[in-house]
Structure formats: C-alpha cells, structure tokens
Design a protein around this ligand. Structure first.
Ligand SMILES: Cc1cc2nc3c(=O)[nH]c(=O)nc-3n(C[C@H](O)[C@H](O)[C@H](O)COP(=O)(O)OP(=O)(O)OC[C@H]3O[C@@H](n4cnc5c(N)ncnc54)[C@H](O)[C@@H]3O)c2cc1C
Ligand code: FES
Length: 251
C-alpha cells in the first residue's frame, strides 16, 4: 500500500467520506482512462487530501513513483459517499484489504459527530496492515483479523463481525472491501436487521456518469432490478438494495 497526499483546497473543503477522486496517470499517454481512488482523509485547513492505494498495475505503479512537488491532475470529489448524521450513536465499520482506505475519513467523522465506533479491519497478514494508529485514535473499539493470524485474531473479518453482532447491535454498519466480504456483511445485516451501507468498486471509464461502464444491479421496490452507476449513484449503496450475486440477476 502507498499513501499519497496532494493539495486541493476545493476537494479538501467539499469531500465527504466514501467519495473518490479520479486521477489522470501522469507521464504515460497510453493510459487514457483515469484511475478511481477513494479519499482516505482530508484536512480542510491546509487543503491536504490523502489517498491510500495498492499497486496493482501500470497506473498505480507510476503514481507510486511520483516525487514530492510534482503536479497531478485530479477530478473530485466524485460520487455519493456514506450517509452519516449526528443521530448515529453507535456504528460498526468493516473494512477488508484496500477497502480499509476510505474508512479512516468515515471513522474520524463518526467520532467527531459523537458516535461510538467499533472498527473491524481484515487483512491478509501483518505486512498488509496499514494506518492502525489512525484507526486506534478514532475508534472506541478496534479489532484486527489476519488470514494467517500474524496480527490480531486469525480468520475473516466477517467472523469478528458476527461475534460483535451477537454482543451488541449498532444503529448502522458501514463496509468496504472485496465482494465475498460484502456478501457476508450483506447477509449478516439482513439476519440481524441492522441498516448497512456498502461501498462498491467497479472498473470505471468516465467516473462522472456518462459512459455506463460502472453499472451495478440495484433492487427496485417492485422486486425487479435496475442498473445504477457506481461512479455517480454510488459508490455507496444501502446493502439490501445491491444485487451482489450475479446468479440473482438470472432469476
Ligand atoms: C470508487 C473506487 C474507489 C477505489 N479506491 C481505491 C483505494 O482507495 N485504494 C486502492 O488501492 N484501490 C482503489 N480502487 C481500485 C483502483 O481504482 C484500481 O486498483 C486502479 O484503478 C488500478 O489501476 P492500474 O493502472 O494500477 O491497474 P490496471 O492495469 O488498470 O489493472 C490491474 C489489475 O487491477 C484490477 N483493477 C483495476 N481497476 C479495478 C477496480 N476498479 N476494481 C477492482 N479491480 C481493479 C484489474 O482487473 C487488473 O487485474 C478503487 C476503485 C473504485 C472504483
Ligand atoms: S464510469 Fe462512466 S458512467 Fe460510471
């Protein structure tokens, strides 16, 4: 994981947890499409905007090699982030891998709004863990799970979630991570009747609602479904609305 900060007063003042920026990869004109990266945190007083990302391909590799002082072309803040309010007295925040990145901004805002926050973060191993001190600072309770048990409890973050739900039910849950994790969170939210918002990741083209590359299936009130755009209608949706299981679309 790499962390990068850039200065944009506009983004720092207007961003909301769960929103993302769309970054033009510099120095390689063959990479036409911008790369979507969640806003990790903002500092409105200084205009500092932070992102945290994993290097998975050419675009993120080029970003990881940029030096301080270079200029970056960024669109944002984009998308619809998490719905939060001062009414939230207790929240559980669940993150997996790269999906932990947007949750720091969320956890900080929930804490500043007076809510009690339990953060459950899952990683592959100890080396993959990042920003632990920041989550410790803003969470009332923090549980870490790793697949190999090298830090925190051994197992999946969703197992920790189920344990926590047996002890107490929060007003709301928020989750971001890989689809298999989101599917379990979605099922548990339904089983325990806790409202839950999940942040989706889809491949993106324009990032601003024009190309429909990022469509996802959303349940409608009449039991059917419609396609919505992750970049503009999301990336955050109420979990009961989202059809994560493609098999469900064939029904
Ligand atoms: C709304 C949103 C927020 C995101 N926030 C973050 C973040 O905070 N931190 C982070 O590390 N990543 C985040 N991602 C994923 C990130 O956009 C991709 O990893 C990045 O675009 C890859 O670019 P690349 O040129 O390095 O790789 P590419 O060469 O484009 O792709 C390399 C590999 O990554 C996969 N990949 C590319 N884009 C995505 C995607 N959108 N979702 C899943 N897999 C992808 C490809 O299938 C391929 O296997 C986010 C994606 C979305 C849609
Ligand atoms: S990426 Fe173009 S509509 Fe969402």
């Amino acid at each position: 994981m790499y962390k990068m900060a850039f200065i944009s007063s506009y983004i720092a003042l207007n961003a909301h947890p769960g929103q993302f920026v769309h970054i033009k990869v510099p120095y390689d004109n063959s990479l036409l499409l911008r790369r979507p990266i969640s806003i990790h945190d903002v500092h409105p007083q200084t205009g500092r905007v932070e992102i945290a990302y994993r290097v998975v391909g050419k675009g993120t590799r080029i970003l990881s090699r940029m030096n301080a002082g270079q200029i970056i072309d960024v669109l944002g803040p984009l998308g619809k982030g998490f719905t939060i309010s001062r009414e939230i007295k207790s929240a559980i925040v669940i993150g997996g891998g790269c999906g932990v990145a947007p949750l720091k901004f969320l956890v900080r805002c929930l804490k500043e709004g007076g809510g009690a926050v339990t953060a459950l973060l899952g990683f592959r191993n100890r080396e993959a863990v990042y920003e632990l001190d920041e989550f410790e600072r803003f969470s009332d309770q923090l549980f870490i799970t790793t697949d190999d048990g090298s830090l925190g409890s051994k197992g999946l973050v969703t197992q920790a979630l189920e344990k926590e739900l047996r002890k107490h039910l929060p007003d709301v849950m928020f989750a971001c991570g890989p689809v298999p994790m989101l599917k379990v969170v979605q099922r548990l939210a339904k089983e325990y009747s806790v409202p839950c918002q999940i942040s989706l990741e889809e491949r993106m083209g324009c990032g601003i609602g024009g190309c429909l590359v990022c469509s996802c299936a959303i349940r409608t009130s009449d039991g059917d479904f419609e396609y919505k755009r992750v970049c503009q209608d999301g990336p955050v949706f109420w979990s009961q609305e989202v059809l994560l299981d493609e098999a469900a679309l064939e029904c």
